[in-house]
Design a protein around this ligand. Sequence first.
Ligand SMILES: Cc1cc2nc3c(=O)[nH]c(=O)nc-3n(C[C@H](O)[C@H](O)[C@H](O)COP(=O)(O)OP(=O)(O)OC[C@H]3O[C@@H](n4cnc5c(N)ncnc54)[C@H](O)[C@@H]3O)c2cc1C
Length: 381
Amino acid sequence: MQKTLILGGGTGGIVASNVLKKAMGEDMQVTVVDRKPDYHYPGAFPLLMIGERRPESISRKLKRLNRKKIEFICDEITDIDFENNRVLTKQHVLTYDYLIIALGVEYHSESILGFSNYVLNAYEFEDVIKINQRIQDFYSGKIVFFISSLPVKCPPAPYEMVLMLDQFFRQRGLRNKVELTMVTPEISPEPLAGPKVGRSVRKMLSERSIKLITGAKILSVRKNALILDQGTVIDGNLFIGVASHWTPKVLRNTNLVDSRGFVKVNSSTLETNLPNVYAIGDATAIKLPVIEAYAPKAGIFAHYQGEVVARNIARLAQGLSSKYRYTGKGACIMYTGFHRARYSTVHYFTKPAPFITLLRPSIPSYLAKIAFEKYWLNCWI
Ligand SMILES: Cc1cc2nc3c(=O)[nH]c(=O)nc-3n(C[C@H](O)[C@H](O)[C@H](O)COP(=O)(O)OP(=O)(O)OC[C@H]3O[C@@H](n4cnc5c(N)ncnc54)[C@H](O)[C@@H]3O)c2cc1C
């Protein structure tokens, strides 16, 4: 029996394992390795933060994959020995015929001095629970939400989180006592989506009295202050940040990566420069055609990439040629609060710039996002 090893049991890894096992059945051993026993659905973190979700309702044990005859190993991946088709974990030596790297990005709060002491990471499940606890007892003061560095995955997510904070305090009748500030290194909100989307997000923040500081270079955080370059100091009582994203060390040590540690792949087939080794999701270095910036990193893209790679591996394992191609198309829905959301269509391989639309906040878009969460958690894990 042939073996496919999937490194990472996040969005991309879960989809790839499902699709491949379904296509190949007993003819392919599919193994997923992740250091964490549980998967937490990130698209619901904004709701978890304001108490509209419970931690357990958006979490699933990865060992549930066993029900689908997908093997799950919970362990830290320490090395990849490409020459001998082996992956080393703390406790195992695993061999493969096909390898799918879906290791995502890790958060490095240490890249901003003081982050670990004074900031809660809005992208980390455990910290989102703590933010919820902190805001329950927050009756007045200044909340500063910031993005440490770029690229940031799911670029609308920081904006949806700050809009959900606005909803939370308005519903409690405290909004006039709580100041909300958003600080970002982006030149404008979601710059890859173009100036029209940027203007629209700015307008939405301004209408909700959320102060926006763009083009910020964040240097450090002190007990009650966020320090930017050129001596700008932003006072705050609660700091919520998105920590810097790096690819896992086990990837940065390989020669598959670019100068920033992201895995170079063929943007249609997700093949790396090694035979039978693929990479999908946030860890990839897929670039926009003309602008040459990293393409937006999001679950929907990791999902589609996982499907393409899994279907092609299934064909190759049966002696056929690979035929599925990743197109860079997707959709994204951004919560805006008060049971509304904004729907975006994305096609990021269009030239000269990605084609991204952003509809007005609406109840149907909100319901679509809720439905997608249910579908994903019920069908894939
Ligand atoms: C707050 C928030 C909201 C979001 N909202 C949306 C949304 O609405 N729509 C959308 O499309 N995307 C959204 N995203 C982005 C989306 O979650 C990611 O882009 C997606 O999960 C990337 O999938 P991935 O498989 O590449 O990586 P991940 O899902 O991050 O999975 C990587 C896995 O690899 C494991 N791993 C890493 N290193 C090792 C190691 N050395 N050993 C063992 N295991 C390891 C990790 O534990 C992790 O489980 C959101 C993200 C956040 C944080």
